[in-house]
Design a protein around this ligand. Structure first.
Ligand code: ATP
Ligand code: LTN
Length: 332
């Protein structure tokens, strides 16, 4: 069976972009692939985190993964730092990727620029080498498929380049992974600034829809979503980013084609209402399930411990294979 791996940072609040662009695909993939999903806490600390908050967010993220439908009996759910060989492989890969390749990553450019703009002089070296750790996350499970939103496309291309280079230098060691990017809602945009992607770290509370927000707050955000002054419903990202974003969200929530949905609306008000209603219908059971899980920390603890064990079994084998290929002397 082919392998899937993907990850989500345990920072901020999980939003509609994460849900539609990534998590829903994970839930589908678990039934057809041997799937590994992880809360990437080691990636989270590339920007400074409050220790108490990192711990509680990591736990909440694990509860979220189960709540969106990932079944710990079917797939492997784990916390990245519980499998220490991710960082070991990351070092080996850091020594094969070039400075120039890392410098081209748009996520690094965007995040480091954002930090400098907000007066933070300190950009960590980890933020720069982040893609090597992400490549390690993927390659360590021999993943064939990586379901992610559109913003991760470049990191996946770099992961393939890293794997190819390693294989050609040291012999066939890693599987070359493919990005699996959804056709609809691969890039959910901010409801207030529809030319920016909805993001955990954005400072646009009215533009970002958290999947665990009160349903009345969600409805309000859709009602106030920015559109344009034309009052014509058309799927056209260049000319009408706000309306197109609403159509994409409605399409993703109802499993319908966003372009043909446009023909059913003549005004923005009903489109906003129907989009809010469709999203709330999808999210309500997820919200209830997460509340139940957070009320049962022992069960969540068991899921996390089991996941670490299952993930480690696979990961240690791959790291050893990579170390052998590179010529490290074995201890025994
Ligand atoms: P940040 O903006 O702080 O980097 P994020 O919102 O991108 O955080 P991540 O934890 O980095 O969240 O991403 C988890 C998954 O969600 C990734 O697969 C990513 O591609 C996907 N994703 C994130 N934002 C969006 C979006 N706006 N639309 C679709 N998919 C998204
Ligand atoms: N870089 C990703 C999170 C991430 C990831 C991964 C995604 C870390 N490791 C492995 C897929 C596979 C992000 O910022 N969204």
């Amino acid at each position: 069976m082919t392998r899937v791996l993907s990850g989500i940072q345990p920072t901020g609040d999980v939003h509609l972009g994460n849900f539609l662009g990534a998590l829903r695909q994970w839930a589908i993939d678990q039934h057809t692939h041997d799937s590994f999903y992880t809360a990437v806490d080691l990636h989270a600390v590339t920007v400074q985190q409050d220790p108490l908050e990192l711990r509680s967010k990591t736990l909440e993220t694990m509860a979220t993964l189960v709540a969106v439908g990932l079944d710990p009996e079917v797939c492997t759910l784990f916390v990245q730092s519980h499998v220490p060989c991710h960082t070991e492989l990351s070092w080996l890969l850091e020594c094969t990727v070039s400075f120039g390749e890392l410098r081209r990553m748009t996520q690094f450019k965007d995040k480091s620029a954002k930090q400098s703009d907000s007066g933070q002089e300190h950009v960590s070296a980890g933020l720069f080498t982040y893609p090597a750790l992400m490549a390690a996350d993927i390659l360590i499970y021999d993943a064939d498929r990586v379901p992610v939103g559109d913003d991760q496309r470049q990191h996946l291309e770099l992961t393939r380049d890293i794997a190819e280079r390693f294989n050609s230098r040291y012999g066939e060691t890693f599987v070359l992974p493919e990005a699996a990017i959804p056709k609809i809602a691969a890039r959910v945009m901010d409801l207030q600034e529809p030319t920016n992607k909805m993001s955990k770290s954005s400072e646009s509370p009215m533009g970002t829809v958290g999947i665990f927000e009160e349903t009345s707050a969600i409805a309000k955000k859709f009602k106030r979503a920015i559109t344009d002054s034309e009052n014509q419903v058309r799927f056209d990202f260049e000319a009408k980013p706000g309306v197109t974003n609403l159509l994409s969200i409605l399409g993703a929530a109802t499993d319908r084609d966003p372009e043909s949905l446009a023909d059913e609306y003549h005004q923005y008000g009903p489109l906003k209402n129907d989009t809010a209603e469709a999203i709330i219908t999808v999210l309500e059971p997820v919200q209830n399930r997460r509340a139940e899980l957070l009320a049962d920390p022992a069960e969540l603890g068991r899921i996390i411990a089991r996941g670490a064990e299952k993930a480690s079994e696979v990961a240690v084998v791959t790291v050893q294979r990579a170390k052998d290929a590179m010529g490290f002397l074995s201890a025994g």
